[in-house]
Design a protein around this ligand. Sequence first.
Ligand SMILES: [Zn+2]
Ligand SMILES: [Zn+2]
Length: 80
Amino acid sequence: MNARTPKEHLTFLQEEMAELRFAINASVATPAQKALYESDEKTLLALTTGWECEHCGCTNERACPGGCSWVDVNLCSACD
Ligand SMILES: [Zn+2]
Ligand SMILES: [Zn+2]
């Protein structure tokens, strides 16, 4: 577990959350899946707190206009 890099952890969380969001939006998610999604959201926030895009300077608190997400450590989707 600890051998996972921040980028691998980020990708893992985003993929898991995308699947869970699909189930939640389709109203077929189990309570356990909803709880896992909420826990993933917190883990993602904890993982990315302090990250700052090295191209545009956006952060969790200050995303790009129109919104963006993390694609790597200190790199947002708007600058990818
Ligand atoms: Zn950026
Ligand atoms: Zn951004």
